[in-house]
Design a protein around this ligand. Structure first.
Ligand code: NAP
Length: 247
């Protein structure tokens, strides 16, 4: 996909979002950073403009404010020609916190799944009308199997994977490619201080790898790639054994 496009980065304040903005601008694309912390996004936009000479702007977006997504998508659709979307927002409360307070589990589902479906459903007709574009949406290896220590977040990501599979089928008919990203551990605010981290990837490497994979029309992208094999092994463990594991 070599046509110049504008990348809309939903969750632009995430470390991967910042890296994605920089990498996409270096490939010659303009950038719109969307999120709640517009001060943070403005600083990233200024960095992108200075270091790449591409246009970079900021727009307020809250994944939980479902009622605002229709107008948000209409405004993005109206101000862009070819539109690419990177969906990075997500929240991962501690599983114990969600076990104590079911409202936090609902926040996690809304922040990772319902909000993503809502904004993508509103953006989809605009993408179809443009007849080109890429969508890169961040799931997680956690969505491949429900673990004791992360099953609500994993459930939200599993729902997102299934949704994206259908969206991919819908949008390919209009020339838009949808890629599901399944990262392993990445060094970001989400994983800061978490125990038991291993094989941790850098956000910059993840962002560049995702852009290259999406340009090759990859459907489902494990990053780093060895996570596909780790998850194949984890998914092969029989449920009667898996349900006893402390992972
Ligand atoms: N880090 C990992 O190891 C890892 C592994 C697998 C998958 N992932 C996925 O990768 C994506 C990026 O995560 P990250 O690791 O870069 O985490 P992060 O640094 O915590 O970024 C999360 C992003 O989500 C945004 N966000 C949260 N709630 C929002 C809301 N209501 N509306 C709009 N934006 C909201 C945050 O914006 P604010 O600044 O406004 O809070 C932030 O930009 C996520 O989808 C995550 O699930 C990460």
């Amino acid at each position: 996909m070599s046509r110049r496009a504008t990348w809309l980065i939903l969750g632009g304040s995430s470390a991967i979002g910042r890296a994605m903005a920089d990498a996409a601008a270096r490939r010659g694309h303009d950038i719109i950073l969307a999120g709640r912390d517009t001060g943070d996004l403005e600083r990233t936009a200024a960095d992108v403009r200075i270091s790449t000479g591409r246009r970079a702007s900021v727009v307020a977006f809250d994944a939980m404010a479902i009622e605002s997504h229709g107008r948000f998508a209409a405004e993005i659709g109206a101000q862009t020609d070819v539109l690419n979307v990177a969906l990075l927002f997500g929240i991962m409360p501690a599983q114990q916190e969600m076990d104590r307070d079911p409202a936090r589990a609902v926040d996690c589902i809304t922040g990772c799944f319902t909000g993503a479906v809502s904004v993508l459903q509103h953006l989809a007709p605009h993408l179809e009308q443009k007849g080109a574009g890429l969508v890169i949406a961040f799931g997680s290896v956690a969505g491949d199997r429900g673990r004791l220590k992360n099953y609500v977040y994993g459930g939200a990501k599993a729902g997102l994977h299934t949704y994206l599979s259908g969206l991919r089928n819908r949008l390919r008919r209009k020339g838009v490619h949808v890629m599901t990203v399944k990262p392993g551990f990445v060094d970001t605010a989400m994983t800061w201080g978490m125990p038991g981290m291993f094989l941790v990837a850098r956000p910059e490497d993840v962002a560049r790898a995702c852009l290259s994979a999406a340009e090759r029309n990859t459907d489902v992208f494990y990053v780093p790639k060895f996570w596909r094999w780790i998850m194949t092994v984890i998914c092969a463990i029989p449920e009667r054994v898996f349900k006893r594991l402390e992972i």
